[in-house]
Ligand binder design. Structure first.
Ligand code: NAP
Length: 291
């Protein structure tokens, strides 16, 4: 007889091409544990409540949650971790005997590849481009782990960003200053530059724009750390420019693995075999880029 398999999955919209099934199924195969991770495309936000009620009834072990539902799921969960409450966004749900708890592993997953640079970051100014969920996770991560002097949030619509910060009830211990995304001179003073927009993603049309910072403007210097949350391609045009300037670079794949590692432990209680998962992921990405 085959032992029953526990189901995990990704809730999102148009998530067929996500790398999360590969990451988690590889980890489960390596560890020989009876889980299977799949995708659940939900077209209509009004179906989220039904989906979560169904998950309780069916005993689905857990979920990741991605764009555009990280905030929509919150009212339907039984409890929230402290991290998830801080930005009112959930990327991981654990079903413990019919009780759904919401977590946010994007925060620690974002921080993870920066921890080695902590001394360079604490007390300095950092900047983030974008005002969506990923930017909120980065703000929270900077505050929790690095205590910067100031966080500059570069956005194209300052009022929208103010509204999002207010709605979130954001209580940052470091001051967040909203800056228009064309006031680029300010990035010279930043120890870390983060792209939390989709700009630079392969195959995405952003009216010819491939980088948050014009690539020929020499605003990046060798003392800075440039962190692109985009992971497809692994080396985005922004990271290429940062490498040319001698800056340290961090690819979005590090956050992708960092958040997945923490979600995996919440569901299974086990450590993800990260180096083997990373190798499988890089192999898959390499294959896709040559298709
Ligand atoms: P989101 O909630 O949709 O927010 C996207 C943000 O980017 C918004 O503030 C949006 O501005 C801004 N933006 C979009 N296109 C822009 C453009 N052409 N110029 C200037 N700003 C633009 O998305 P998210 O969840 O924050 O995710 C953002 C990116 O991070 C995505 O590419 C996502 O794949 C990536 N991400 C990666 C990881 C990882 O593990 N590596 C984790 C989370 C997210 P408006 O509000 O003005 O539209």
């Amino acid at each position: 007889m085959t032992k029953a398999i526990k189901i995990l999955g990704l809730i999102g919209r148009a998530v067929d091409y996500s790398y999360s099934p590969l990451i988690h199924n590889t980890a489960c195969d390596i560890l020989g544990i009876p889980y299977y991770y799949t995708v659940f495309n939900i077209a209509d936000p009004d179906m989220i409540h039904d989906a979560l009620r169904g998950a309780k009834a069916l005993g689905i072990a857990g979920f990741n949650v991605t764009i555009p539902y990280k905030k929509n799921v919150v009212p339907f969960l039984d409890e929230l971790s402290e991290e998830a409450s801080s930005i009112k966004a959930v990327n991981t749900i654990v079903n413990q005997h019919g009780k759904l708890s919401g977590h946010n592993t994007d925060i620690a997953g974002f921080a993870s590849p920066l921890l080695g640079y902590k001394e360079r970051i604490t007390g300095t100014t950092v900047c983030i481009f974008g005002g969506g969920g990923a930017a909120l996770a980065a703000i929270e991560a900077f505050n929790r782990f690095f205590s910067p002097k100031e966080i500059l949030l570069f956005v194209r619509d300052p009022q929208k960003a103010r509204d999002i910060l207010n709605e979130t009830g954001y209580k940052a211990s470091s001051p967040v200053t909203i800056v228009r995304s064309d006031e680029l001179e300010k990035i010279r003073e930043c120890s870390v530059i983060v792209n939390a927009t989709p700009i630079g993603t392969r195959g995405r049309d952003n009216e010819g724009i491939t980088s948050i910072i014009p690539l020929d403007c020499e605003l990046i210097n060798h003392n800075q750390i440039v962190y692109d949350m985009v992971y497809n391609p692994l080396v985005t045009p922004l990271l290429q420019a940062a490498q040319r300037a001698g800056a340290k670079t961090i690819s979005g794949i590090e956050m992708l693995i960092g958040q997945a590692e923490r979600s995996f432990t919440l569901w299974t209680g086990m450590q993800m075999p990260v180096s083997r998962v990373r190798a499988a992921l890089l192999h898959e990405m390499q294959m896709k880029s040559t298709e």
